[in-house]
Design a protein around this ligand. Structure first.
Ligand SMILES: [Zn+2]
Length: 80
């Protein structure tokens, strides 16, 4: 699961020196508080403190539980 690919469907990402940056979709973000470290498949927001990997991103953005996200992803993998 590629966090950058998932996140770029929801937010506009800008390349900065160390990481990708974007407006955090999890709080009212006036700047680009959300950092995504592609190598680690990890995100962190400096504004609201949201952090995690692809599963956490989808949980927060869709308001779903971990089980829902995991089973949704499993279905997608089977259907490919
Ligand atoms: Zn945030």
């Amino acid at each position: 699961m590629d966090l950058v690919e998932i996140a770029s469907k929801h937010i506009l990402l800008q390349q900065s020196r160390k990481a990708l940056k974007g407006r955090c979709p999890f709080h009212n973000d006036e700047t680009t508080s959300l950092m995504i470290i592609a190598q680690s498949n990890y995100f962190k927001c400096m504004g609201c403190g949201a952090e995690g990997g692809p599963v956490e991103f989808l949980m927060l953005i869709d308001g779903k539980s971990r089980n829902e996200v995991v089973s949704q992803l499993a279905k997608q993998e089977f259907s490919v």
